[in-house]
Design a protein. Structure first.
Length: 166
């Protein structure tokens, strides 16, 4: 059962573990697996940084180029795409070099934090929410249509928790 549930070849599972400061690469035994995990994280971070750059439009805004020198300056201003790539690589390398194991470490590495949230966040289930709303309509009857939010919350939780009390 363990072999079918915990597949180490799953890239998403490896990325989820690698983006947790407590584990990083410590749990991988072979250097080949560590290199593959680093490469996967680096590729994901690059993709995320490129997507973010495209969304925010980090390209230079179009300016009114009226003079010849302004046109010439614009012609010779080269986009520095290597800086983004270098910053991603340095952020990933610095993350693996840091010895800190606390989750607050991720605040110093925004791309790694974004990846950690992406791969380690649980997908919410709608079943408990649906149960709660079905109980909610039993609390929110026509006679109780003027309940404040706080009062409704208290009544709903009391109603929901009645099954948990002995």
């Amino acid at each position: 059962a363990i072999k079918t549930r915990f597949v180490l070849e799953s890239e998403t599972a490896v990325l989820a573990a690698v983006t947790l400061p407590r584990f990083k690469l410590r749990w991988l035994r072979t250097q080949e697996r560590k290199d593959n995990a680093k490469a996967s994280l680096l590729a994901e971070c690059r993709k995320s940084a490129q997507d973010e750059d495209q969304l925010t439009g980090t390209n230079a805004p179009t300016r009114n180029l009226s003079t010849d020198s302004a046109i010439e300056d614009e012609f010779f201003s080269f986009e520095d795409e290597e800086d983004t790539s270098a910053s991603v690589e340095s952020q990933v390398a610095d993350y693996f070099k840091s010895g800190a194991q606390g989750m607050d470490t991720l605040n110093g590495f925004p791309l790694i934090k974004k990846m950690s949230l992406k791969y380690n966040a649980a997908t919410p289930s709608s079943a408990p929410v649906e149960r709660l709303f079905s109980l909610g309509k039993l609390v929110f009857t026509p006679k109780r249509n003027r309940l404040s939010d706080k009062r409704f919350e208290i009544l709903l939780l009391l109603r929901y928790n009645q099954w948990f009390e002995g």
